[in-house]
Ligand binder design. Structure first.
Ligand SMILES: CC(C)(COP(=O)(O)OP(=O)(O)OC[C@H]1O[C@@H](n2cnc3c(N)ncnc32)[C@H](O)[C@@H]1OP(=O)(O)O)[C@@H](O)C(=O)NCCC(=O)NCCS
Length: 210
């Protein structure tokens, strides 16, 4: 079981279907994790604007721009994207998103995108959020997950490796920042179907029902 990482973490009782909001204790204090809804648009925009732009390079669009936020909300309403927010004292301090395209040739694949505000980093918020986003993916019946980040995001790489993700690709000079400098992107993948099979073998089928 240890190689899945996720199960080895032993922080989530996967025998229960996920329900939100959930509350987790972290070194940053009590954090509420809940699904993002259209009414969160302004709060998430404020969160995005406060992030260092370098930390947004792994995203296909700049979430500190209002029009990008509006498009994101539309995708949530359409059901194409599910986002979880980490909220501390009423303020958004993190966001984990599961993106999938059932009409593509990769309907079985989901991409996780995650970012935590600088002031609460290194305190367990990212870990809690990544586990919850992973649980969303399991519940959605996905077979494979991917994440991508610039190669210097050591925390992100360590975090997803601890969940069982493994490096699959390096995309050289793949993104360009506002100063015109290019950065490499690393893509990590996770065979979720294998986790599901293991959970079913260990008698936890309810947790992975579609
Ligand atoms: C990746 C990110 C979300 C992590 O959030 P966080 O709240 O700081 O993460 P946590 O405090 O829960 O730490 C989780 C794990 O990350 C690793 N980690 C955290 N900070 C680290 C650091 N400075 N250096 C190396 N590893 C680190 C550790 O393995 C840690 O687990 P541990 O505490 O059990 O050792 C945050 O760094 C971030 O927003 N980065 C920029 C955006 C990005 O690149 N996202 C990745 C795209 S999916």
């Amino acid at each position: 079981m240890a190689e899945t990482g996720f199960l080895a973490g032993d922080k989530i009782d996967m025998s229960e279907p996920r329900s939100y909001p959930r509350h987790v204790k972290t070194d940053a204090g009590d954090i509420e994790i809940r699904l993002m809804s259209p009414s969160d648009e302004a709060a998430v925009l404020a969160f995005g604007k406060a992030l260092p732009t370098h930390d947004l390079l792994f995203l296909p669009r700049n979430i500190s721009e209002p029009k990008v936020l509006s498009a994101w909300i539309k995708e949530i309403e359409r059901g194409a994207i599910r986002s979880l927010l980490a909220v501390k004292d009423g303020k958004v301090v993190g966001c984990g998103t599961l993106v999938r395209d059932p009409h593509s040739w990769s309907p079985h694949v989901g991409e996780i995108r995650m970012v935590v505000s600088s002031e609460v980093r290194g305190k367990g918020v990212g870990k809690a959020l990544s586990q919850e986003t992973f649980a969303l993916a399991l519940g959605a019946g996905l077979e494979k997950l991917s994440v991508q980040m610039t190669v210097d995001q050591q925390a992100a790489i360590a975090l997803f490796e601890s969940l069982g993700f493994k490096a699959e690709a390096l995309l050289r000079d793949h993104v360009r920042d506002v100063e015109g400098n290019t950065h490499d992107i690393v893509v990590l993948g996770h065979n979720v179907a294998q986790v599901r099979a293991q959970m079913e073998a260990y008698g936890l089928p309810d947790a992975v029902r579609h």
